[in-house]
Design a protein around this ligand. Structure first.
Ligand SMILES: Cc1cc2nc3c(=O)[nH]c(=O)nc-3n(C[C@H](O)[C@H](O)[C@H](O)COP(=O)(O)OP(=O)(O)OC[C@H]3O[C@@H](n4cnc5c(N)ncnc54)[C@H](O)[C@@H]3O)c2cc1C
Length: 565
């Protein structure tokens, strides 16, 4: 049986940071359902935050101010010790990436360039034009190859095997061979990214189904704060491809159909650079109240920025506009609308990325160390992936020495292989029923229509009922044909179980949380309520259903205050 000391699931930034920082004396491998360079991290555009103070307007920046902005941005739901840790490690992390060879954009004189981003008191977002994720991912991948990290590409993890509170390994579907393979590991780190595709309108890649979060949940690991879903204000209308916040950071205006820069009505000081929850709601309100275009979108106007700056700092955005909307932002405003973008919640882990299951860790977007709380600031996710990916690799290496490995592991892993094979046979042997892509369409519509930017009790209750109906119909799902090589149908039918779970947990958390906080806006409870709701939602899979409990938020030196921008 294939066996490793540390098995990292996910080849995005968090996964590669974990693998690179694991003890080189151990046997470390990375499993990824796509080639690592196709992970969603490659699409990150705008940048990564650190208080370097390189921008002439940011001389007084410090990690404490970065932590304050992060915690205020989170609507005070972030655990303050974790947020402080991330911000303290931000500058050393950027210098490390620089040393590894990440080609950051530079200011004249050679220091790393920094641009303003939403919700930040100082311009502290480091970038490589508008292709920041691409260059960091490629750099970390090159170092992983140099260090002989073993990769299993196009291996799709279907199950986390846990026995008696201990993680034993995973079961994998190898797409190329069609085989189901058990992999034993003394420590497993999930770095499986977000679940954007649970929504109809999302900036996320087609691979972002959130199966890792769902798999951990079914293995008994609690999930935290899943109801906090980030909607990015500016996705290209109709296609929902991201138009980076960097476009507003470089000075872009948001304009309604009356030619007005409407953000002055919502965030009079920060304007277009208010945090994402506030800007997304403002855009949606303009559209809902008839001040949008075609009842769907508003304009992001970059024309006044000038051709030179657009070509130099936003070349990827110009290319996207050209290829997908046949327009040039140098002379035409970009039609934009909000779309699902990021998951603040995820697998519950502490600041050492350890979960409640021994030997199981998580980092990156799939995890909830709780640094983003109810709303993440732009540029803080890339930072989260690299900082906590490293922590996960180091901690798993350290703790692994005390993990004995289980004698039963091989048998239990083999049992799970047999179970999956028999489920596959059952799906194949049915020659009629429902195709899972039809169920997926239904689920996405429910989530976008009823669990979106504005929520209320009636819609959330209806969503829960409809999700249950889709779950019922999922029993009738089948796959056609016998060939298991590169069977996207097989991947989809397995992942759909996780998507159903996530949709349910997101909606249930939102239904119960009778307040408005960060990205979770309840029209029937439009105020934040610290007295009853300054707490984390924890959801555990128990007795075949989600069981909710609540946990305290860790408050350090930043007392919760009303957020004003
Ligand atoms: C378009 C876009 C632009 C963004 N821009 C920025 C930005 O400028 N700044 C910023 O801070 N944040 C940005 N973000 C957010 C940020 O990019 C992501 O949150 C972050 O890159 C996630 O990294 P990750 O390593 O956690 O996961 P990912 O990069 O998504 O990688 C997940 C990995 O898990 C693997 N995987 C998943 N499920 C399985 C499974 N079941 N079996 C095997 N493998 C599996 C995948 O193959 C993949 O390798 C952006 C996000 C998007 C969508």
């Amino acid at each position: 049986m294939i066996s490793h000391d540390i098995l990292v699931v996910g080849g995005g930034l968090a996964g590669l940071a974990a693998a690179l920082n694991s003890d080189p004396a151990l046997s470390v491998a990375v499993v990824s359902k796509v080639h690592p360079l196709r992970s969603h991290s490659v699409a990150a555009q705008g940048g990564i935050n650190a208080p370097l103070g390189n921008n002439p307007d940011a001389k007084d920046d410090t990690w404490e101010k970065h932590a304050f902005d992060t915690i205020k941005g989170s609507d005070y739901l972030a655990d303050q010790d974790s947020a402080e840790m991330m911000c303290r490690l931000a500058a050393p992390t950027i210098y490390q990436l620089d040393t590894l060879g990440v080609p950051f954009s530079r200011f004249p004189g050679g220091v790393i360039a920094q641009r303003p981003f939403g919700g930040a008191g100082f311009p502290r977002t480091c970038y490589a034009a508008d292709r920041t994720g691409l260059v960091i991912l490629h750099t970390l991948y090159e170092h992983s190859i140099r260090k002989n990290v073993q990769f299993y590409n196009e291996w799709f993890v279907t199950k986390l095997v846990v026995d008696d509170g201990k993680c034993l390994g995973v079961v994998v579907y190898d797409l190329a061979s069609g085989e189901i393979i058990p992999v034993k590991a003394r420590a497993v780190i999930f770095a499986t990214g977000g679940y954007g595709r649970v929504y109809l309108k999302t900036t996320n890649a087609f691979i972002n189904h959130g199966s890792g979060i769902g798999i951990a949940y079914r293995a008994g690991v609690p999930l935290q704060d899943l109801e906090f879903v980030q909607f990015h204000p500016t996705s290209l209308f109709g296609k929902n491809i991201l138009i980076t916040e960097g476009a507003r950071g470089e000075g872009g205006y948001l304009v309604n159909n009356q030619g007005k820069r409407f953000m002055e009505d919502y965030a009079p000081v920060a304007l277009e650079l208010a945090p994402r929850d506030i800007v997304a709601r403002a855009i949606q309100t303009e559209v809902d109240e008839g001040r949008g275009y075609e009842k769907e979108y508003v304009h992001l106007d970059l024309r006044h920025i000038g051709a030179e700056k657009i070509k130099k700092r936003l070349p990827g955005i110009r290319e996207i506009c050209h290829n997908f909307a046949s327009l040039d932002p140098i002379d035409t405003p970009i039609p934009i609308q909000p779309a699902q973008h990021y998951s603040m919640g995820g697998i519950d882990v502490d600041e050492s990325c350890a979960s409640t299951v021994e030997g199981f860790f998580a980092a990156g977007e799939c995890a909830c160390v709780s640094v983003h709380g109810a709303n993440r600031l732009g540029g803080n996710s890339l930072l989260d992936t690299v900082v906590f990916g490293k922590v996960a690799g180091e901690e798993a290496s350290r703790r692994m020495k005390n993990l004995s490995g289980s004698k039963k592991a091989e048998k239990l892993l083999q049992d799970e292989v047999v179970k999956l094979k028999s489920r596959i046979t059952a799906w194949q042997s049915r020659d009629s029923g429902i195709k899972v892509h039809r169920l997926l369409d239904r689920l996405k519509n429910i989530m976008s229509d009823r669990v979106g930017i504005f929520r209320n009790k009636k819609e959330l209750a209806a969503a829960l009922q409809e999700i249950a109906m889709v779950r019922d119909d999922y029993k009738e799902a089948y796959i056609s044909g016998d060939c298991l090589r590169y069977s996207q149908e097989l991947v989809n039918i397995i992942e759909f179980a996780s998507m159903l779970d996530l949709a349910e947990v997101i909606t249930l958390g939102g239904f119960n949380r009778e307040e408005t906080r960060g990205s979770h806006f309840r029209t029937d409870f439009p105020k934040r309520n610290d007295k009853d709701w300054l707490k984390h939602t924890m959801v555990k899979y128990e007795g075949g259903k989600p069981c909710i409990s609540y946990a305290d938020v860790k408050i350090d030196k930043y007392e919760p205050k009303e957020r004003k921008y």
